[in-house]
Write a protein that binds this ligand. Structure first.
Ligand code: OGA
Ligand code: NI
Length: 356
């Protein structure tokens, strides 16, 4: 069976879920094989103390904190985002038990029989629903993962037909998680602005009144050939920034040409800059390339929330960051996520399209 499917075009392959191939004990078909570089360090857990910065958001919001501690945390944010482009946030105000619940409903959804999940199936060319990314360009590799992608904000953009009715708490949990994400994006957007000595609402204004939140639930099946196959290919995100929660390790972030693993921390949220924050900060904050490894033994889930400026809204470098010595690096752009997508499918970064 594996030999047959190895020669099928991507759009046919994509109609079949990775989870189905794993249940049938199939080898990954050729279009999934993308790695020649499986470095031995992938499995090297000796660097257990991850250098990915940790930021305590509670030190920013509490009015009792001495100003100096807030200032220290803001400096840490600026340093983290201009070098790594990401940090693990703790003290974000979402309880550990609620984060566990989000992980649990995600696992329950993917654990259901294929027929149940396919009730929410997306068309191959669509984004929203259950399935894989729309077909990549000829020659691009496929990801060893399945997804459920849902628009969650603005609320009038929700397509509830695609929201699972099983597990029965799914909808309520996702609605609550969306409220939490709105709160966290406000907190983080203001903190980032303050860390750059900008008006605290400047990024929120760029994202706009109808800024978008999209949730992507990822399921990474175990894979017999993690040396050849990736759970998710290297990319930077096309959103403004992204808030990510995982259960097991697997995500890696590229810094100075080296991959660093994002450690397991059930209480932390990874705040990951995407291309549009790199544009709005005139390149000061970095949108890092990241990827997900496959694992031969265990599965993994992640819940990824993309925070993106309002549809049709122009964004660009903040004026306060531009002067005679620091020229504008990026033009104003709108709907950058669409531009990003076109390049992503060809395995390319899109930021050059916004460069001056
Ligand atoms: C993404 C992404 C990483 C993960 O969905 O864009 O980078 O850990 N996901 O699932
Ligand atoms: Ni990503």
């Amino acid at each position: 069976m594996a030999e047959d499917s190895a020669h099928l075009p991507a759009e046919i392959l994509l109609s079949k879920r990775v989870q189905e191939m794993v249940l049938n004990d199939e080898e990954p078909p050729a279009p999934y094989k993308c790695r020649q570089d499986a470095e031995s360090e992938d499995d090297d857990d000796s660097l257990s103390a991850s250098p990915i910065p940790i930021i305590d958001l509670s030190r920013l919001s509490s009015s009792q904190e001495p100003a100096q501690e807030t200032e220290e945390e803001l400096q840490k944010i600026k340093l983290a985002l201009s070098s790594w482009g990401c940090f693990q946030a703790i003290g974000h105000g979402i309880s550990g038990s609620f984060l566990d619940k989000v992980r649990q409903v995600t696992r329950e959804f993917f654990a259901q029989p294929m027929d149940e999940k396919k009730k929410y199936a997306k068309a191959v060319l669509e984004f929203e629903g259950y399935g894989a990314d729309p077909v990549p360009e000829e020659g691009q590799s496929l990801d060893w993962s399945d997804r459920l992608f849902l628009n969650v904000q603005p609320a009038d953009q929700r397509n509830y037909k695609l929201w699972p009715s099983n597990p029965d708490s799914f909808r309520e949990v996702l609605e609550e998680y969306t409220e939490e994400m709105k709160r966290v994006t406000e907190l983080v957007s203001r903190a980032m602005a303050k860390s750059l000595n900008l008006d605290e609402d400047c990024f929120l204004r760029q994202f706009g009144e109808r800024s978008q939140l999209q949730a992507r639930f990822n399921y990474y099946s175990p894979c017999k050939r993690p040396d050849l196959v990736l759970g998710l290919k290297p990319h930077s995100d096309g959103s403004g920034y992204t808030i990510l929660m995982q259960d097991e390790v697997g995500l890696q972030v590229l810094k100075n040409d080296k991959w660093f693993k994002v450690p397991k921390n059930p209480h932390a949220l990874l705040i990951l800059m995407a291309d549009q924050m790199q544009i709005m900060t005139n390149g000061i904050f970095k949108s890092p390339v990241h990827r997900v490894l496959s694992n031969s033994e265990r599965d993994r889930i992640s819940v990824v929330v993309f925070y993106t400026p309002e549809v049709g809204k122009e964004i660009g470098p903040e004026d306060g960051l531009i002067d005679d010595k620091t020229p504008k690096l990026f033009k104003k752009v709108k709907d950058y996520a669409d531009i990003h997508w076109g390049y992503y499918q060809r395995g390319m970064s899109a930021l050059h399209a916004a460069q001056v």
